[in-house]
Design a protein around this ligand. Structure first.
Ligand SMILES: Cc1ncc(COP(=O)(O)O)c(C=O)c1O
Length: 327
């Protein structure tokens, strides 16, 4: 007998065309009940509390999430009888909010910007205030919780390792950096020759760059996550959100993959790296979610034009690269 949260599909890889690499594989993380990679983060953090006897049915959990983790936690909490409050911000997807509410979660919107112009600092300040007033509320704290990277070392990284004879380059987006740190932990031990390329959005402060306005949820932070360490990362690629959008739209039409924004960001970094990657290299990129939750944003012309001034497109040297490969 399975519970709904047991249905994590961790072995879905698609070989991509049209980005100029012969062996480019996209790990599709969305094919589980939560629709994103965050199903594994949610299960890892909750399992830890359960095994330590910290929660029982009726316990009240709280978390700050841009949407994906919130949906995953809403599912696991509904399944196991925990109360769940999710603290979101104006960049959270409306569809994720509706899903959380339908699953019985309480959703609280924090719309005050923090000193870096983002919302994360304000969301966390709100939670700290709440748990100081009521000690029965437990904060999962994905930004500082070692169970976040541990979950990805155990699942995401292991599945990539098992599915390929060797992985030369692994491109991973950085949000809380749970996926990134988990893969660094695992590959550092089991495949130290694999080059891990971290990908972040311009405007994120995680890697020490200046804060700036960001519109796409998932990647980037306005406050460096406690679990983050640069040790073991081969290189960093910073991607402008306009390039993420251009890649998402191109991927949909060239490969039939309607991807979420962070997938566009990661693949935009792969495209930028193309000239530095040998022809016979095996490249894996992680796609954290798919695009249905972004139909009113990334895939909506008016939304894009309002924020970016035009509909961004990929440079011709990327879109014509398959012809170049065939020559
Ligand atoms: C859609 C999406 N992509 C990427 C990420 C980043 O993953 P991580 O938090 O493991 O760095 C997140 C995190 O919330 C996400 O929601």
């Amino acid at each position: 007998m399975h519970a709904i949260s047991d249905l994590v599909n961790d072995h879905n890889f698609v070989q991509l065309k049209g980005i100029g690499l012969k062996q480019l594989h996209l790990k599709i993380e969305a094919l589980n009940p939560a629709g994103s990679i965050k199903m594994k983060t949610a299960l890892g953090m909750i399992h830890d509390l359960e095994t330590r006897g910290k929660i029982r049915p009726g316990s009240h959990l709280i978390e700050s999430s841009s949407g994906s983790l919130g949906v995953a936690l809403s599912i696991v909490c509904a399944e196991r009888g925990y109360c769940f409050t999710c603290v979101i911000d104006p960049n959270s997807s409306q569809q994720s909010i509706k899903m959380m509410q339908a699953l019985g979660a309480q959703v609280v919107l924090v719309d005050r910007r923090d000193e870096n112009g983002g919302f994360l600092g304000s969301r966390i300040a709100y939670i700290k205030e709440l748990i100081a007033r009521d000690e029965r509320i437990l904060w999962l704290n994905q930004y500082a919780n070692p169970e976040n990277p541990r979950a990805h070392a155990r699942t995401t990284a292991l599945s990539i390792f098992e599915n390929f004879d060797k992985v030369d380059y692994l491109f991973i987006g950085a949000g809380t950096t749970g996926t990134l740190m988990g893969c660094v932990q695992f590959f550092g031990t089991h495949s130290p020759d694999t080059k891990i390329i971290a990908v972040d959005s311009v405007g994120s402060v995680t890697f020490g760059f200046a804060a700036g306005t960001r519109h796409i949820p998932g990647l980037g932070t306005s406050r460096r996550p406690e679990i983050f360490s640069p040790v073991g990362i081969h290189e960093l690629a910073m991607v402008a959100e306009a390039d993420s959008i251009a890649m998402c739209r191109y991927l949909a039409r060239s490969n039939g993959i309607l991807a979420g924004g962070s997938t566009g960001t990661v693949l935009s970094a792969v495209a930028a790296w193309r000239g530095r990657i040998p022809d016979d290299a095996t490249v894996v990129a992680i796609s954290p979610d798919l695009g249905e939750r972004y139909l009113d944003t990334i895939y909506h012309d008016a939304w894009v034009i309002e924020r970016f001034g035009c509909i961004p497109t990929l440079p011709e040297h990327v879109t014509s690269c398959d012809a170049a490969l065939a020559e």
